[in-house]
Design a protein around this ligand. Structure first.
Ligand SMILES: Cc1cc2nc3c(=O)[nH]c(=O)nc-3n(C[C@H](O)[C@H](O)[C@H](O)COP(=O)(O)OP(=O)(O)OC[C@H]3O[C@@H](n4cnc5c(N)ncnc54)[C@H](O)[C@@H]3O)c2cc1C
Length: 404
């Protein structure tokens, strides 16, 4: 069989790989570009299991890539959706301080968000909070009118369609198994045959560090999988939540804390938490992969992270197994919620990049190596920011790969 030849191969058909593929196909029509995706459909992992929130850009440290990419990314995303008839709803969100001790952190979020370009943020008291979310309890809240909801798998499918329309290829059911360099090209062996590319863009999400290692590159970080578990709220009690109700997050942690999310489909979800998973795609409590677990345990950064965060990790595991504890976290935000209101469970798995020193990477992280770009970390709000992240990647590709 003849080896198919490409200029650029993107490994990973999640929202970041597809946004990048779409941009390359549109802006460089003379290049042959392919997205390789191991699943039979696009967006089956982080993108298809996320909370579906178009973030306004509130939380992120000023000057970080998250801060720089989120608000503008959300604007571009909405414009794309308008042009491609993808439904979304700007339902707004509240971040609720449940006691006076949380107020200074809430005020800091208001300052940060405003500095980051999140539009229309308002500090509100209990009365206005009751108007916005009649069942939420708190002493103060930040109201963000510019936060919305969407189905990111639909956005990804649309990016894929645009990419194909502009001549790009998307090869589904194609898993990159190994990569070798020869004569200035990279040969990617897959389950469906071998193809070659001059350049690779690694957008493999939970597997990004593995794909980098296939290229012989030690990028110094590991993707540690953290499962986010949630419950749907039974339809007859979904009125307890009008839009999105979030807690004030712990600033040391990259996750936002269990919250209530209305989905664009109308259901309400409560969660997700963040528990260590023993498989990169470990959607169930019982999921276990020996290879993934051994890989994690043999990474020094995992043990250093564990030493720092063992208490938080233990609390999260406890809350994961004790539904009553999960419920109590939810009741701090919406006291009327009861055990009988929690319906079907679900989950997503986040790729949390951890470096050798055990530091959790909070920001996006995109690195270059010879003829390759690696998206090492694209946590939330990566889906919201997919178009600004892809702009950054394609600009990098243009200079580093010398695209003309
Ligand atoms: C629980 C949860 C909630 C979140 N909530 C939000 C939110 O509300 N709003 C927001 O903006 N962001 C949110 N995020 C973050 C957002 O989902 C991610 O930033 C985004 O999906 C990352 O996209 P990706 O393309 O990098 O990764 P993925 O979507 O994980 O895509 C990577 C793809 O690579 C493929 N792949 C891996 N290895 C190979 C291989 N060897 N060969 C071929 N293909 C391969 C995988 O099958 C996968 O499809 C959330 C994430 C999670 C997990």
């Amino acid at each position: 069989m003849q080896t198919k030849q490409y200029d650029i191969a993107i490994v990973g058909g999640g929202i970041i790989g597809l946004a990048t593929g779409m941009r390359l196909a549109k802006e460089f029509p003379n290049l042959k570009t392919v997205v390789l995706e191991k699943e039979s459909k696009v967006a089956q992992h982080q993108t298809g299991h996320n909370s579906g929130v178009i973030h306004a850009g509130i939380y992120y440290a000023p000057g970080s890539q998250k801060a720089n990419f989120c608000a503008e990314g959300g604007r571009q995303l909405r414009q794309f959706c308008d042009e491609h008839s993808i439904p979304y709803e700007m339902c707004g969100k509240v971040i609720v301080a449940i006691n006076d001790a949380e107020v200074p952190r809430l005020e800091e979020l208001h300052r940060r968000g405003t500095a980051n370009g999140a539009k229309g943020l308002e500090m509100v008291g209990p009365e206005r909070l009751r108007e916005l979310e009649p069942h939420a309890a708190g002493v103060k809240a930040v109201f963000s009118p510019n936060t919305g909801i969407i189905q990111f798998s639909k956005v990804s499918e649309s990016y894929a369609d645009v990419m194909r329309t502009h001549g790009g290829d998307i090869s589904l059911g194609t898993r990159a198994l190994s990569i070798t360099r020869r004569d200035g090209r990279m040969f990617i062996e897959t389950n469906t045959g071998t193809l070659s590319a001059k350049h690779i863009i690694n957008c493999a999400g939970l597997h990004a560090d593995k794909v980098a290692r296939m290229m012989g590159v030690d990028i110094g970080v590991r993707a540690i999988p953290f499962r986010g578990e949630y419950f749907s709220i039974k339809p007859e009690r979904a009125h307890l939540v009008r839009s999105l109700i979030y807690p004030v997050p712990d600033p040391r942690m990259p996750f936002l804390g269990v919250h209530f999310t209305k989905r664009i489909t109308g259901e309400v979800e409560a969660g997700p938490n963040a528990v260590l998973a023993f498989a990169r795609e470990g959607y169930k409590k019982t999921s276990f992969s020996l290879g993934d677990t051994m890989g994690m345990l043999s990474f020094p950064g995992f043990w250093r992270m564990s030493r720092t965060y063992w208490k938080t990790g233990f609390d999260e595991q406890y809350r994961s197994f004790m539904k009553g504890v999960f419920l109590r976290s939810l009741q701090t935000l919406v006291p009327d919620i009861q055990m009988s209101d929690l319906g079907e469970p679900g989950s997503g798995v986040r790729a949390q990049a951890v470096d050798r020193n055990g530091k959790l990477l909070q920001d996006f992280s995109i690195a270059e190596t010879e003829n390759a770009i690696h998206v090492l970390s694209a946590p939330s709000p990566g889906a919201t920011a997919s178009l600004t992240i892809s702009r950054y990647i394609v600009d990098k590709a243009q200079t580093s790969f010398g695209l003309g």
